[in-house]
Design a protein. Sequence first.
Length: 175
Amino acid sequence: MSAAHTDRALTIRRAEAADVPIILAFIRELAVYEHLEHEVVATEPDVHAALFGPRPCAEVALACLDAEPVGFALYFHSFSTFVGKPGIYLEDLFVRPEARGYGAGKRLFAFLARTALERGCARLDWAVLDWNAPSIGFYRSLGAVDQSEWTTYRLDGPALVRLAESYPRQPGGSA
């Protein structure tokens, strides 16, 4: 780390409702990096409802250099039936290119690890695109191990609707 890097204060904090615009900006910047910007349809109201609405389903930690947000980690709880304990699933982590090299990514991961342990979680999981060699190298440097025996699947859009509608809801609201 250069002398210029040590002159800046790096902090991690939990996001607040007023941070929704910067969170959405980070989501869009990550999508550009991953060549997936065409998939971003989230709006500020969507992000606000998901993070700060009546039933929040995710949380965000912000990495700040001199109090200015430069990166984020969006995460939520998962559960391991085999272990019988919750986990944390990291959906997205992004640090702006000009802010890399200050340790923000590692500090975000340390924050998530500490949060997981404080909440009694057994593990921290995430996915990475197979072409993203810099990130894969970084994750391995943290001690992370790839789960290459697992293949991720997704059901969304019309296929999700079609399956949901294939069996009508039974009386009393059960499936």
